[in-house]
Design a protein around this ligand. Structure first.
Ligand code: PLP
Length: 466
């Protein structure tokens, strides 16, 4: 049963043990206590399998991360070799190891704009926290201690730590965690479909957003603003593709007011949009780039911030003055994570992952659009290997559903019952297939989404809720 509470499990079952001990991120904890987990025990290629052996296409690559698919032996072998050679070491106070050096070189070699240095961390949140701290450090180094405010966007997702969570522009990640902290501001959400005025073109909407951003900067005082962060395409906020011309108007403003630009490539990086980086798709020239997820194909935790000469020079000068660059994680540049990331970079090239996405993105996007006419779909959208269907209670007025997230979850559950794991973000059902997916995998995902939307629609008409 998709929506009914599961029958009570024996006290020693994995489900009961999960409920007894595990807190699940981004989960309705009371619903989880009633319904229990979907227990995934194995993966292979684009497929994962649950405890009963039921197969699912992982239509969102885990959490937008397992780009090269599951059970990729080359990644496992790279980890094993490194574990036997040097399983753990660090980069604190002049220590180094070959894999961190090689990975930094490789990343600087493929960076979409010239970058000077790489700082390693373990998660997207830590990478963005680091970029926030570096923006502050940079302005202190320049003798601009008042220039510290950070601008994110409504709908943007940059992580959940105290600083990256403040940068995130989603109420669900702020509520009752007392976020955002002071110093964090949020510019408009770039969804033209949701927030464009009647008859307003994408270009006009982009111009309005740029004007609003400039007004915000002037209201706050440009001398108080350190940095602007953006995902090339918003992921966890519901796959929001920027309106045409948006970044072409935003970037000159940031230059004009001496505001750093940080591109959060945690989802878009490593091929997802059909280029190695989202920056290349939108002509972005950031001062810092945050990467994670696809960097290791999600196999081991690793993230990084790439920074340009401006930021690096400030770090260099400041650490000279203070006697230390006082930032870093125990596992910054962890050798096993770095070894897996290096192998992943090899595989992206050998498998021509960018080429695969370029070839099949039209297939995925045609599939996404094939459901645009469905009565529940307000907007069908996407780019590259990202797709989303924003579900609404009234197609004409775009009115959302009264209890946000419920219908999205119903659609997600109907997909799951049919052997496809997707992710509803609010009421936007999203897909982000592994970048090794084939045309057949994509066709299966789209067919199942169509069935799931029909089933959800039928439920709503029958008054079924969850
Ligand atoms: N930035 C973006 C664009 C993300 O999508 C995410 C996670 O989904 C993060 C940052 C945070 O990454 P992590 O969950 O590894 O901290």
């Amino acid at each position: 049963p998709v929506f009914e509470d599961q029958t009570p499990s024996p006290a020693n079952s994995d489900s009961a043990r999960d409920r007894a001990g595990v807190i699940h991120p981004m989960t309705d904890l009371q619903r989880h206590d009633r319904e229990g987990p979907l227990l995934i025990t194995r993966g292979d290629g684009v497929m994962v399998y649950d405890e009963d052996g039921k197969a699912y296409i992982e239509g969102v690559s885990g959490l937008w991360s397992v780009s090269l698919g599951f059970a990729q032996k080359r990644l496992a072998d790279a980890a094993y070799r490194q574990l036997m050679e040097l399983p753990s070491y660090h980069l604190f106070r002049h220590k180094s190891h070959p894999k961190a050096i090689e990975l930094a070189e490789r990343l600087l070699g493929i960076a979409p704009v010239p970058m000077s240095k790489v700082f390693f961390a373990n998660s997207g949140s830590e990478a963005n926290d680091t970029a926030i701290k570096l923006a502050w450090y940079y302005n202190n180094a320049r003798g601009r201690p008042e220039k510290k405010k950070i601008i994110g966007r409504i709908g943007g997702y940059h992580g959940i730590t105290v600083a990256s969570g403040s940068l995130t522009g989603l109420a669900r990640n702020h509520a009752d965690f007392d976020l955002p902290l002071p110093r964090f501001l949020h510019a408009d959400c770039p969804s033209h479909w949701r927030y464009g005025l009647p008859g307003e073109s994408e270009a006009d909407y982009a111009a309005r957003l740029a004007a609003n951003l400039e007004a915000l900067i002037l209201r706050e005082g440009p001398e108080t603003i350190a940095a602007f962060f953006a995902e090339p395409v918003i992921g966890s906020g519901g796959v929001i593709v920027p309106p045409r011309g948006y970044f072409d108007l935003i970037q000159p403003l940031l230059k004009k007011y001496d505001i750093l630009f940080v591109a959060d490539e945690v989802i878009c990086g490593f091929g997802r949009l059909g280029a190695m980086f989202g920056c290349q798709v939108y002509g972005l020239e950031p001062d810092m780039i945050a990467i994670a997820k696809g960097l290791s194909s999600g196999y081991v935790p690793i993230s990084a911030v790439m920074m340009n000469a401006k930021i690096w020079d400030a770090c260099y000068a400041q650490s000279g003055k203070l006697g230390v660059f006082g930032h870093g994680f125990t596992y910054s540049g962890h050798p096993v994570a770095a070894a897996v990331a290096l192998e992943a970079l090899d595989l992206y090239e050998e498998f021509d992952i960018v080429g695969n996405v370029q070839r099949l993105a039209p297939v995925l996007q045609a599939g996404v659009q094939s459901l645009a006419g469905h009565p529940l779909v307000g907007e069908a959208r996407g780019i590259g290997f990202l797709g989303g269907w924003e579900l609404v209670s009234d197609k004409a007025t775009k009115a959302p559903f009264p209890s946000p997230g419920m219908v999205g979850l119903m659609a997600e559950r109907h997909c799951q019952a049919r052997g496809v794991i997707l992710r509803a973000l609010g009421d936007t059902l999203t897909t982000a297939p592994p970048l090794v997916a084939t045309a057949d995998d994509i066709a299966r995902i789209i067919a199942v989404v169509g069935e799931a939307l029909d089933a959800t629609h039928a439920d709503l008409q029958a008054g079924v809720t969850i």
